[in-house]
Unconditional design. Structure first.
Length: 176
């Protein structure tokens, strides 16, 4: 039986909205959000550069570590939102690139394979718990609905939708 294209588009919208809500909560600047297929992807979350060179940060490695951890949660939140929306519809390739990118980023924090695996597991769990927070899930649903209507949204439009549910000022939303 063929997959329902409407359900697939809704799933993609939830995936991209998961990234965006996590970004908003973690202070990652949002550029745009789209569910228009392009370049082999079903959708895109675009953000401003966020992780900098630890040697250039006034806070050094601690600031760099926090940026990597924040971006890892943002990357894992997309696939987790998609899984929550449609647990049976998540194919292996959906979110695979996001998860590989997060794993690679977290790998910058340690050269030890066991430690890197522990980081990846921890931040996947944090992203799953984050997506399951009632207010966060409501914001993801609202944003996914608007994204289905518009197909593409600017960062300001995305932030306005999230702000309607979570408040007008971005803040570190509880992850634990």
């Amino acid at each position: 039986m063929a997959a329902d294209p409407t359900k697939a588009l809704q799933s993609t919208a939830h995936h991209e909205a998961g990234h965006a809500v996590a970004a908003w909560c973690r202070g990652v600047p949002i550029k745009a959000l789209s569910i228009q297929a392009l370049g082999g992807t079903d959708g895109r979350f675009e953000h401003q550069p966020f992780v900098g060179d630890p040697g250039l940060s006034p806070f050094g490695l601690d600031d760099f570590r926090a940026q990597v951890e924040d971006l890892a949660v943002v990357l894992y939140a997309g696939p987790e939102a998609q899984r929550r929306f449609d647990p049976d519809g998540m194919r292996a390739i959906h979110g695979d690139g996001d998860e590989r990118m997060a794993d690679t980023l977290l790998g910058l924090l340690s050269s030890d394979d066991e430690v890197r695996a522990a980081y990846a597991n921890l931040y996947r769990v944090l992203a799953r718990k984050f997506v399951g927070l009632p207010g966060v899930w409501r914001a993801i649903g609202n944003l996914a609905g608007d994204l289905l209507d518009r197909q593409r949204m600017t960062g300001l439009e995305v932030e306005a939708v999230i702000g309607e549910v979570l408040g007008n000022q971005p803040r570190r939303c509880a992850f634990d």
